[in-house]
Design a protein. Sequence first.
Length: 266
Amino acid sequence: MKIWLHLLQADLQRGFSSAAFYLSIILMVSVGVLSSGSMLFSREYSVCEIISFLFAGSGSADLLIMVFPLLSFSLTYAKDEQEHSVGFWIVRSGTKRYMHAKFIVSCTMAFFSVVLFFLILTVILLLKGHPLYNSNLEYLHEGYDALLATGHPVIFLFVYFLHYGLGGALIAGCAVWISSIYPSWFLALTGPICLNYIALRLISFPYGDEYVKYDFFRVENWVQGICVLPGGVWPTILGRIAGVLFVCAIFDILSVYNVKRRWHNA
């Protein structure tokens, strides 16, 4: 346990001190500002509206969730393999400890990069004079919008940032799993978005009442969208947390298995 904690601490220090982490945030903020378009120059649009627009029609969600967060740490295992430095750590700590630490830190760094991007973008919009939200608009009483309908914009932004931060963590876990199959940083960077596009085209369910009823069947809601669960805000965000943790646990187990097999056959 002590060895694993040291590995975790070392990887966290490496992640938060790396230029790639801050570069990923700068790139996300740049894309977020550019994607806001004319809304950025009109103060009649609120912060909540502009941020929601990023995932509702601007087309920038792929970059903000599936590409840029991976730059922070998720490509590290593939780079370490290509630099032949993995063996040094595995011999001293064991494959399981090494990969668990690498996986957890990759997901953590991706999560924080997305959340920090949202926080910085929010501050920029507030400094430009945009209101936090428009109380005169009629919001739907479902999903996270119910918080705006009841006058709780700060809580709305909190759960919204948490939701998409978890999406970044999910994609980071997928990237580590892909790199454990074939240690290429380019494949780890592009693989998750390719798998998402393949799933969008291969996995389909009949349209109609049943398809709408089971919103979690929609592939577009797994990462970029919001699967609204019955019961309102808290079942929705708790369902998101549970779903991401479950899938990430599977990716983690498969990553450890793949690396163990590679080093056993080496």
